[in-house]
Design a protein around this ligand. Sequence first.
Ligand code: SAM
Length: 286
Amino acid sequence: MNDKLSNPQKTIEIIKKYDFAFQKKYGQNFLIDAHVLDKIIAAADVGPEDFVLEIGPGIGTMTQYLAEHAREVAAVEIDTHLIPILEDTLQDYDNVTIINEDILKLDMNALAQEKNQGRPIKVVANLPYYITTPIIMGLFESGVPVENITVMVQKEVADRMQVGPGTKDYGALSLAVQYYAEPYLVANVPPNCFMPRPKVGSAVIRLTRHKEKPVQVKDENFMFRLIRASFNQRRKTLQNGLNNCAELAVTKAQVVEALEKMGLPATVRGEKLTLEQFAQLSDLLS
Ligand code: SAM
């Protein structure tokens, strides 16, 4: 019999053995499909040289796969009830460190330094959906050396990460992800691949960090404030939306002048601008 946790029977056995109660607040939907796990490991290109950071190992299903392919794995899990389970399910692997911590509070730079001497790491996760955006933005913005991030996210979020201007899903997340990385959709994953089944569809997406940013901008921070302000009031034209934003301190006249210099109509909305155009607008206004 297959003793791996990707075998649903084994997962049920462990859940029962520890009388584990799934916590909705932590987004606990465990993977029970070996094909999906194979696809994730292949897409992340995990090999014997690699140090991998896994966010939210659950009962260790993906961790077992990672441990078999990587040099070393650190698995960061917030739920204290899962720690004794992980110690049990991962006992055969001496290259895994379990860290009982909230990923949003962990010093990931220090971890990358300690475990990989500051060289780029790989991040793999079936993410807790309630904090997908802060986790991904945290990885990019904190300057953690990252080669790629291969994650299971809500299907709708995967769509938002990949689209360009003029589509309904285009927004601040699309621009932020595309500024830092090249997104690639690995697979769509239906609810029956998880226990318990989530109410939404899921997708695996790989974000390969750009070696060189696709656009140059004078003040990155200002550009992202500008982008957020543009999409906070999505239905407004830029001249009205940005003028209303206290954080930016720009006037309507300044916005109109900048748009004119860029050859854009004064009535344009943020959803029509490319990343290059946001960078240009940021340089003109900052
Ligand atoms: N990797 C496992 C799998 O694929 O079966 C579990 C994935 S489950 C969708 C998300 C996991 O993230 C859960 O184990 C949950 O407890 C954990 N988690 C939720 N919030 C977290 C946080 N802030 N920091 C670390 N882990 C977290």
